[in-house]
Design a protein. Structure first.
Length: 426
């Protein structure tokens, strides 16, 4: 660690709610805890243990060839026993050793396409990932770690995105990190009144960021970075109405791939941005319609799932379950999922194309389209789940310009407070 990094680690740290601990003190406690850990063992770090989670994380990272699983112990498919605050030791799992003697790490996916999965990667790649994300996502806005900017998140610590996009970059660069509950955006606004803040969120939680802004605050000093969903025109307009001086950015990626694209100034055009600098993104198996599997590679890609299913191919690439296409300016659009049953009555359906059409409707805030099997011999259904102040009749009329086979057959309209999972997914 050079002098600048040592100074940053001494001055900067992790604030959870209103409690601050420096990175230097976290590292000292981790070094002491690591003396009791065993090489090659599998450890579970509980994200809900406050600063003890960070101590445990750094302690396991110091342990040769250890496997680190980031997640609430009760939610992981491995029995484990608590051995320290925020730290459990898990029963041996032979699958975790299939990658040899390198240290490993894993965190649960969001489960948006079904049951949450646990992708596993090489823990010795976390340093590269942390520095890359900081350099490409945060430093242009916050400056270098020693300049006083803060990376904040209103997402729960258990989210894989929180680990990958906030905790790992802040840890490896010794950048200030502020972790708050989704209902405590007032703490983020208070910090932004003193120094630059970039705050991670998901589109569904942006209303909380706006509603908690102090009276008279227009968001100066604050930049919002969203993940896990489109930023629609209505959501952008709502942010601009309340926080017109705040920056707004969106990103796209997954637990298996890491961050793939970034849109530094979303306009509601319903693309997910261009590839993040230094992160190759391309389409494999593209057809005549230029739609193909979104494919990537890099140190932030995972290797396999805990059940043994491979993620990374022999050539080092990872293909998403998302289908997409690029426009002439290099913006990536998402068209559907490989695992969502796009075949309907022999016709290929791209649900996200239908979603983009729906999201152009006034007063419609969010939409998800799925091909769902009918009961018994009943035909498959094309179901649109809608969030917004709209009626089913109005939505049906709005879909009339679509070809017959692209018009949803069923509509479910939900209030925003009932529409999203605890991970912010519709």
């Amino acid at each position: 660690m050079n002098d600048a990094a040592a100074a940053a680690a001494s001055r900067n740290g992790v604030t959870i709610g209103e409690a601050f601990v420096s990175w230097r003190d976290i590292d000292r406690k981790a070094a002491a805890q690591a003396r009791d850990l065993r090489p090659f063992a599998t450890y579970v770090v509980d994200p809900d243990a406050g600063h003890d989670s960070f101590v445990a994380l750094l302690a396991v990272a110091r342990t040769p060839a250890a496997a680190l699983l980031w997640g609430v112990p009760a939610e992981l498919p491995l029995p484990s026993e608590k051995i320290a605050p925020g730290l459990h030791v898990a029963e041996p799992n032979p699958l975790l050793r299939r990658l040899g003697d390198r240290p490993l790490y894993g965190s649960l996916t969001s489960g948006s396409s079904g049951t949450a999965k646990l992708p596993i990667g090489f823990a010795d790649q976390m340093t590269l990932t942390g520095f890359h994300y900081d350099k490409m996502l945060y430093e242009p806005t916050l400056g270098e770690p020693g300049e006083g900017g803060t990376l904040a998140t209103g997402l729960p610590p258990a989210y894989s995105a929180t680990l990958m996009m906030a905790i790992i970059p802040a840890w490896h660069t010794a950048r200030n990190l502020l972790v708050v509950r989704p209902d405590r955006w007032d703490l983020i606004h208070a910090q932004a009144a003193k120094a630059k803040v970039m705050a991670m969120s998901v589109p569904a939680l942006l209303p909380l960021a706006c509603a908690s802004a102090p009276k008279g605050s227009r968001g100066a000093g604050l930049t919002l970075l969203t993940t896990a969903g489109y930023l629609t025109r209505s959501r952008i307009a709502a942010v601009r109405e309340r926080l017109d001086e705040a920056g707004l950015m969106s990103s796209y990626g997954a637990s298996e791939t890491g961050v793939m694209t970034l849109d530094p100034a979303p306009t509601g055009e319903l693309h997910v941005g261009r590839p993040l600098f230094g992160k190759p993104v391309w389409l494999s198996g593209a057809g005549d319609d230029s739609v193909g599997k979104v494919t990537t590679s890099g140190p932030d890609c995972r290797e396999y799932y805990l059940d043994g299913a491979p993620i990374r191919h022999m050539d080092g690439t990872v293909a998403m379950t998302d289908l997409g296409h690029f426009d002439g300016s290099g913006q990536l659009y998402l068209d559907g999922r490989l695992d969502a049953g796009e075949k309907m009555r022999g016709v290929t359906i791209y649900p996200r194309r239908i979603e983009r059409h729906l999201l152009g409707m006034r007063d419609l805030e969010d939409a998800k389209v799925q091909v769902l099997p009918g009961a018994g011999l009943a035909p498959d259904r094309l179901v649109a789940t809608i969030v917004g102040n709209v009626s089913e009749e109005a939505v049906r009329a709005y879909c009339e310009p679509l070809p017959d086979f692209l018009r949803p057959t069923h509509y479910v309209i939900k209030a925003a407070e009932l529409a999203y999972s605890n991970r912010g997914k519709l």
